[in-house]
Design a protein around this ligand. Structure first.
Ligand code: ATP
Ligand code: MG
Length: 716
């Protein structure tokens, strides 16, 4: 009845309400962080259901993560009750793609029970293909091929669509054929990989007009969250489906586009208008999440990016606490300081679940996990494995475990053929049989087999080397610091090299993690003590239940919010990440800045930024240069504080606040005199040059590519 506003619309502002009520026709909500985009989507679904415009099964709603999908379901459920159970098409692109393919498997040449390959299976398959083609895997690793193929799939390219030029990207022009072979093998195995979930769905819809028509009838309403991070394949898929009802509502924020490295295209936002003529564009400008200071700091930071669509963002709430910037002496002190702040906040009655630590790189988690276990502080790692559970860390630990306790068969099995050294399943089975027959651990069985004629000569040689290596490492165990031993083991075993040769996107991160592992061993007197410590940390796993602090990467924090957000590691080379700095052009750096913007805008009440003046690398102190993003935070919204840990980094000065200015460095240098600081000189001149470039560019209002890692130098 006219005049009565349903409860779920209560409290929405006029623009939000317009976006909710404009159910018919294309709608694009383009708005900054925390303006209620996700809330609009959720409410829109409730609205559609309440008005009876569609059955739950007729709504297609796409979220970025499964966690986001669950949360959306919960919220809708809270408003409409059980109806939400009937929403099978609410999920991620991948989960919806699977569902679609399962229904029509035969039409794309699959059988209904097809399997979905994980990355390991995918790599194994590609290795076989490379061998069949006699392509040197040392030069052209399977992981690189996997990456190349994923890239094509993200862009919606089937093998026949890959151009000659692109095909040349792998093994001198054989990429395209390998891609085609790979797809053929997948079909033969009745399997798909992740990229296929969308690519095959697109093919299904394109090649089967009747199926497309069925989905056009079915999906009366289509909704997409985090639209700025869709890739081309996802976009094509959406466009195909939306051509039916045209009732498509996408919400996004170009300033939060942080998956460019995975093929996401912000331009999809711009295309929306041309693909859906007459689209209603709604802009939301009021931020409901963060206090004034937090929002002010974030807005000022992101204003340093060029090529933005431009949005207004304001908050009507209190201005709250300023964003704090705290310098710590090193990463250990950073972790200690954050741990103490968390405890202090806890004593004030804040739930741990309302606090999060958002890191740029996964290796940073190690210091926090160790610290929190020692403190007995409950934490949870979101969106990925905990540090010591990562595959590369488990591998490295397996080597160390075999050294420390030769009877550790599980550890031995894990690494006997990692990196690949020709000790395949057959060899392992022989070792196993022998071990069982004589009742000794696997390493011992291996040693005995080396001296017998049972094994193939080549296998015997390899095994002899491996056993000899373990003997040698065991001798060295007592003679050198454990971290040094670990480094030797990782080098001599070829494990580090394996990742160095790997050109896939995550290899660099894995190498960082391995370095962090070595670093983490420094305080331990012996290997056994270190391994005990690890089991302790691993054992704390169960404690992730209940109230816990969240630790996650900035990337996986997208869309989430917390009362208190800690942002550690704001240092040049870490954040912005070195990879972005090494890149040509500004794109990488701008994506890093958007990541910083995402980080700050996760906070409701407190945003606490940290940087460490020193990172210990290979037992040596290396000074780090505070992130340029720190100087891009506006002074009036920021408070520079001392780390509580005691010997902090020194406090604030107004000019070159965090070390870009010479004064900062003089002070820090004096302070650090008791340590060896080989990096200071270099860092200092780098920082000063950056400071000048910074000043010039600020006044010139533009940024140029320069010699400082893609950062600006020399004004117009
Ligand atoms: P992000 O860009 O980070 O994904 P968003 O635009 O999706 O943010 P939401 O997560 O939907 O924003 O909303 C941010 C916060 O503001 C949430 O806690 C939400 O409940 C609250 N909020 C949104 N709209 C309103 C409103 N009209 N009144 C009160 N609170 C609101
Ligand atoms: Mg959102």
């Amino acid at each position: 009845p006219a005049g009565r506003v349903p409860a779920y619309l209560d409290g929405l502002n006029p623009e939000q309400r317009a976006a909710v009520e404009a159910t018919e026709g294309p709608v694009l909500v383009l708005a900054g962080a925390g303006t209620g985009k996700t809330r609009v989507l959720t409410t829109r679904i409730v609205h559609i259901l309440s008005l009876g415009l569609a059955y739950p099964s007729q709504i297609l709603a796409v979220t970025f993560t499964n966690k986001a999908a669950r949360e959306m379901k919960e919220r809708i459920g809270a408003m409409v009750g059980e109806q939400v159970e009937g929403m099978p098409w609410l999920g991620t692109f991948h989960s919806i793609g699977v569902r679609m393919l399962r229904r029509h498997a035969e039409l794309v040449g699959l059988k209904s029970g097809f399997t979905i390959l994980d990355t390991d299976d995918q790599i194994r398959l590609l290795k076989q293909l490379l061998q069949a083609e006699q392509i040197d895997e040392k030069r052209w690793p399977a992981r690189l091929l996997a990456n190349t193929i994923d890239g094509w799939k993200n862009r919606g390219l089937t093998p026949d669509m890959v151009s000659a030029g692109e095909g040349a990207a792998f093994a001198n022009g054989r990429g395209q054929k390998l891609y085609a072979d790979y797809q053929a093998r997948l079909k033969a195995l009745n399997a798909v990989d992740f990229g296929d979930l969308l690519l095959e769905s697109i093919r299904l819809l394109r090649e089967n007009p009747d199926v497309l028509a069925e989905y056009h009838r079915r999906f009366r309403y289509i909704l997409v969250d985090e639209y700025q991070d869709t890739n081309v394949a996802q976009y094509l898929w959406l466009r195909l489906l939306a051509q039916g009802s045209h009732n498509v509502c996408c919400v996004g924020d170009d300033d939060q586009s942080i998956y460019g490295w995975r093929g996401a295209e912000v331009d999809n936002i711009l295309r929306f208008d041309s693909d859906f003529p007459g689209a209603k564009v709604v802009r939301l400008e009021r931020n409901y999440r963060s206090t004034g200071h937090i929002l002010g700091a974030a807005a000022h930071l992101i204003a340093h990016n060029e090529g933005r669509l431009g949005k207004t963002l304001f908050s009507e709430g209190e201005s709250g606490e300023k964003v704090t910037v705290t310098g710590a002496w090193d990463s250990q002190e950073e972790a200690r300081a954050i741990g103490e702040e968390i405890e202090a906040l806890q004593h004030q009655g804040r739930a741990l679940s309302q606090m999060a630590i958002l890191v740029r790189a996964s290796f940073q988690m190690r210091e926090f996990e160790d610290r929190f276990v020692t403190m007995g502080l409950n934490y949870r790692v979101i969106g990925g494995p905990r540090f010591y559970e990562r595959a590369e860390i488990r591998d490295a630990l397996a080597y160390l475990r075999v050294i420390a306790s030769p009877a550790d068969d599980l550890a031995f099995e894990r690494i006997v053929n990692v990196p690949k050294r020709g000790l395949g399943d057959a060899a392992l089975r022989q070792i196993h049989d022998h071990a069982r027959a004589v009742g000794v651990p696997l390493v011992e069985a291996a040693r005995q087999l080396v001296g017998s004629e049972e094994l193939k000569p080549k296998v015997r040689l390899t095994l002899r080397d491996l056993v000899a290596s373990f003997d040698r490492w065991r001798e060295q165990m007592a003679a050198m610091p454990q971290s040094q031993l670990a480094e030797i083991v990782l080098d001599e075993s070829g494990y580090t090299e394996m990742w160095q040769k790997d050109r896939s996107a995550d290899a660099a991160g894995r190498l960082e993690n391995l370095k962090e592992l070595v670093r983490s061993m420094e305080p331990f007197e012996n290997l056994v003590g270190f391994l005990e410590h690890i089991s302790l940390v691993m054992d704390a796993e169960g404690s992730g239940a209940g109230d816990a602090v969240s630790i996650m990467t900035l990337h996986s924090a997208k869309g989430l919010e917390f009362d208190v957000v800690f942002l550690p590691g704001w240092e040049e080379g870490l954040f912005p990440h070195q990879r972005a700095l090494d890149e040509q052009g500004r794109a990488g750096l701008e994506e890093e800045r958007r990541l910083a913007y995402v980080g700050i805008t996760r906070a409701r009440r407190f945003a606490k930024v940290f940087f460490a003046s020193n990172r210990r690398i290979h037992g040596m102190w290396q000074s780090s240069v505070p992130s340029r993003f720190l100087d891009e935070l506006p002074e009036n919204h920021v408070e520079v504080t001392e780390s509580r840990g005691g010997h902090g980094w020194g406090g604030a000065t107004s000019a070159g606040r965090y070390g870009y200015g010479p004064s900062r460095f003089d002070e820090a240098q004096t302070f650090g005199s008791s340590y060896s600081t080989p990096g200071w000189q270099r860092a200092q001149s780098h920082a000063q040059a950056n400071a000048q470039a910074n000043a010039q560019n600020n006044s010139a209002g533009g940024r140029r590519e320069g010699q400082f890692g893609g950062f600006s130098e020399g004004a117009s």
